[in-house]
Design a protein around this ligand. Structure first.
Ligand SMILES: Cc1ncc(COP(=O)(O)O)c(C=O)c1O
Length: 478
């Protein structure tokens, strides 16, 4: 018999034991999360100072590692999974998503090609097709036609991929071959997410060639201003190639008029991408599908289950109406990635739908979430979040010390104390320092504005009620 090889690996028995301990730790964390300050109070450098200067020369017991998670790291965690987290947009998670993520790590597959794990590709295609129906998206995004969906890490990557496909479509794939000549232009509103500007920089269009289109009093893009900008550029010999409309802007949840923007783009042959990163999830509920009016005119669309659909970061669903443009823009085929399955044309190799080569099995967590909640469960919680935000907006309206700073169509409320910017800043700082809740700010019409975003998995009426009480109390101290 061959002698047993020396090994430092964790045995499967130990893995069973410690795995249970970690799941227990997470469950206990969720049970006590409301007792922890939502915004981490640590100072810069504090966490590093608590870590040993040198790595361990010999392995340490797992219990010691877990103890340090509690002792060293927990104070430096901002609790995004707290029901009192109302900042930014949510990045919510849920137990079924976490378990799907664990299983994905367990399989440890790298799904760059269909052949490197057929289930990884096919489950992704299937779940993204389900979501077309679940959100009432146009059928042209289904993989059974000319389009299809793919999971990207983030909406930023989706926007970049859409822009690259648009750039190549507009130039007959010339930029990929020869590089650009600085004639291409792109368009989005002044309220669009910064990822559009980043994409324009990365794709080589140049920031000066991104036109920021003015918005109306609801912070939505003015379509007539877009048409004017497109036509002026074309007259000046430029090549407009990409428009990004936002459904639910980051600052104020503004809804760009996609139908009008779409008609303008169609008429001029310009690629329209719709960024519905946070708000797209609302379309699970038929009564909120109005937000997607006009998406049938878009060339591409994305939303993030990792924001508001109980699926832990990272998971962005990106759809294209014509997958050939995307695949042709991003494909490179070295000999070592050739497979007979791909050559038969019967499968998708998702590496050609994204920037990196490698990809994780992200569809698993999305599948777990959709199967656990069902459409009914997802709708219930989304509706509840919207109701709670609307209740909060009503309270703001009824208190003469406060005002709404923008319409609140869904689950984000932008509001401010009628006092100065300094008063609002003090209010925000005191609320966040209290640890009881976490809000963030924006600027609207050049005034400091507070944002209350309702979308954390476990946020219930009592959390929003307590947040409002706290805001009122702090306002009385101003
Ligand atoms: C409208 C919108 N688009 C894009 C993004 C960027 O999201 P990601 O982190 O997935 O790139 C955000 C983030 O909040 C957003 O609100």
């Amino acid at each position: 018999m061959a002698p047993e090889e020396k090994s430092f690996h964790m045995t499967t028995e130990e893995f069973r034991r410690y795995g249970r301990a970690v799941v227990d730790w997470i469950a206990d964390y969720y049970d006590r999360i409301e007792s922890l300050p939502v915004l981490s109070p640590v100072q810069p450098g504090e966490i590093r100072a608590a870590l040993p200067a040198a790595p361990p020369a010999t392995g340490e017991p797992f219990d010691a590692i877990l103890r340090d998670v509690e002792r060293v790291l927990l104070p430096g965690i901002t609790h995004w999974q707290s029901p009192n987290f109302f900042a930014y947009f949510p990045a919510n998670a849920s137990p079924p998503a976490i378990l799907g993520e664990l299983l994905s790590a367990g399989f440890g597959v790298q799904g760059m090609l269909w052949a490197t794990s057929p289930a990884c590709t096919e489950l992704e295609t299937h779940v993204l097709d389900w979501l077309v129906g679940m959100l009432g998206l146009p059928e042209k995004f289904l993989s059974t036609g000319a389009g299809g969906g793919v999971i990207q890490d983030t909406a930023s990557s989706a926007t970049l991929c859409a822009l690259l496909a648009a750039r190549e479509r507009a130039t007959g794939f010339a930029v990929n071959q020869r590089g650009g000549d600085a004639r291409l232009t792109a368009y989005t509103s002044t309220q669009a997410h910064s990822s559009v500007e980043k994409a324009v920089k990365i794709a080589g269009l140049g920031r000066e060639n991104l036109r920021l289109i003015e918005v109306d009093d609801k912070f939505a893009m003015r379509p007539e201003a877009l048409a004017r900008a497109l036509d002026a550029d074309r007259r000046a010999g430029r090549v407009p190639c990409f428009v990004c409309a936002t459904v639910g802007s980051t600052s104020s949840n503004a809804l760009d008029p996609v139908a009008e923007i779409g008609a303008i783009c169609k008429e001029r042959g310009v690629w329209l991408h719709v960024d519905a990163a946070m708000s797209g999830t609302a379309a699970l509920c038929p009564e909120f599908r109005f937000i997607h009016g006009g998406v049938e005119l878009a060339d591409s669309y994305c939303f993030n289950p990792h924001k508001w659909m109980f699926t832990n970061f990272d998971c962005d669903c990106f759809y294209v109406a014509d997958r050939r443009a995307l695949i042709e823009a991003l494909s490179v085929l070295p000999e070592y990635l050739r497979t007979s399955a791909a050559e038969s044309g019967a499968v998708f190799d998702y590496r050609n739908w994204q920037i990196p080569l490698g990809r994780r099995f992200r569809a698993l967590k999305l599948w777990f979430v959709i199967r656990h909640y069902g459409v009914e469960g997802l709708r219930h919680h989304i509706r509840r979040h919207v109701e709670l935000a609307q209740q909060f907006a009503a309270w703001v309206r009824a208190d003469e010390r406060f005002e709404l700073a923008a319409p609140a169509p869904l689950n984000l409320v932008c509001f401010r104390h009628r006092g100065s910017d300094a008063a609002n800043q003090t209010l925000l700082d005191r609320l966040n320092q209290s640890g009881a809740l976490y809000l963030t700010h924006t600027r609207l019409n050049d005034r400091l504005t507070l944002r209350l975003s309702v979308g954390q998995t476990r946020t219930e009426a009592r959390h929003v009620q307590r947040a409002w009480q706290r805001i009122q109390q702090e306002a009385s101290r101003l």
